[in-house]
Design a protein around this ligand. Structure first.
Ligand SMILES: Nc1ncnc2c1ncn2[C@@H]1O[C@H](COP(=O)(O)OP(=O)(O)O)[C@@H](O)[C@H]1O
Ligand SMILES: Cc1ncc(COP(=O)(O)O)c(N)n1
Length: 268
């Protein structure tokens, strides 16, 4: 029997289950790849925000990366929250040993506005990690921070996607329009052309972890051999349905619903 595709996330945690490692593993499972995880930081957070953060020591990050890659196949992987430069260095060295597609969600602040990465680390991320990616998936504030440039219009978004590839050296860039008004449009530049992905804006505040879920879904589809534009198209459908069928859980911005594509959910 052919083995199951194996997919890894390297990210921070969310004990309330909506974002970070927990959202990634749920997505991998739902979309039918074998999920694995390496934790960078343990975050005390919920739908209302971040209460506390504990960054794992570098040797612990290294130990987890070695434990996975010395033993398991990796068909695609993603990174989410990497809070500081020292952790980025460990990941950067590990990257030289791994040949699989790499999706980076350049996580900077939580939905609640709480910072998840040290300011000085942004430059390191840009210089050493972005050029090693297959795809980077910034939201608008993250793309603005990466390019030091403001992004207002759809043509600014497309221009930003091109700049992240042509000037920062990413393999491809997907600029997500979740933070704008109107339709939820994202633009992918894959080094050849711009692809656009459009969905209606759902009137919901349950968007905690949408970026994590989206990038995890793209990574899962890449692990299954889909091309990048198709992986993004399928993942966009997944995240849109996950927002549409979300539950009002918690007192803040609730989580998305990772079961949303299942037939029994559509029948409700
Ligand atoms: N209210 C919404 N309705 C429909 N799609 C949304 C909504 N909010 C975000 N999205 C989509 O969810 C995905 C995640 O985008 P975004 O919220 O910008 O990322 P992040 O979680 O990193 O801030 C994108 O495809 C975006 O277009
Ligand atoms: C550990 C961790 N990683 C990422 C996010 C961002 O989540 P969002 O997708 O809501 O911006 C988060 N809140 N926590």
């Amino acid at each position: 029997m052919k083995r199951i595709p194996c997919v890894l996330t390297i990210a921070g945690t969310d004990p309330s289950g909506g974002a970070g490692i927990q959202a990634d593993l749920k997505t991998f499972q739902e979309l039918k790849s074998y999920g694995m995880s390496v934790i960078t930081s343990v975050v005390a957070q919920n739908t209302t925000g971040v209460k506390d953060v504990h960054h794992l020591p570098e040797h612990f990050l290294q130990g987890q990366l070695n434990a996975v890659s010395n033993d398991m196949p990796i068909d695609a992987f993603k990174t989410g929250m990497i809070a500081n430069k020292n952790m980025m260095k460990v990941i950067s060295e590990w990257l030289s040993e791994v040949k699989a597609p790499y999706v980076m969600d350049p996580v900077m602040v939580a939905q609640s506005g709480d910072p998840l990465i040290e300011k000085e680390a942004q430059a390191y991320l840009k210089e050493y990690l972005v050029p090693r990616t297959t795809l980077v998936t910034p939201n608008i504030p993250e793309a603005e921070a990466l390019l030091d440039k403001s992004i207002e219009s759809e043509s600014d978004m497309q221009e930003a996607a091109k700049m992240i590839v042509q000037e920062l050296g990413a393999g491809a860039a997907l600029i997500k329009g979740g933070h704008r008004k109107g339709k939820a449009i994202d633009f992918l530049y894959d080094g050849e052309r711009i692809h656009s992905y459009e969905a209606e804006r759902i009137d919901s505040s349950n968007t905690h972890g949408t970026g994590c879920t989206y990038s995890a879904a793209i990574t899962t589809y890449l692990s299954q051999g889909y091309s990048l534009p198709v992986a993004v198209k399928e993942a966009k459908f997944f995240v849109t349905e996950a927002i549409r069928h979300s539950f009002d859980l918690g007192k803040g911005s609730g989580p998305t619903n990772h079961f949303a594509r299942r037939e029994e959910v559509f029948k409700q």
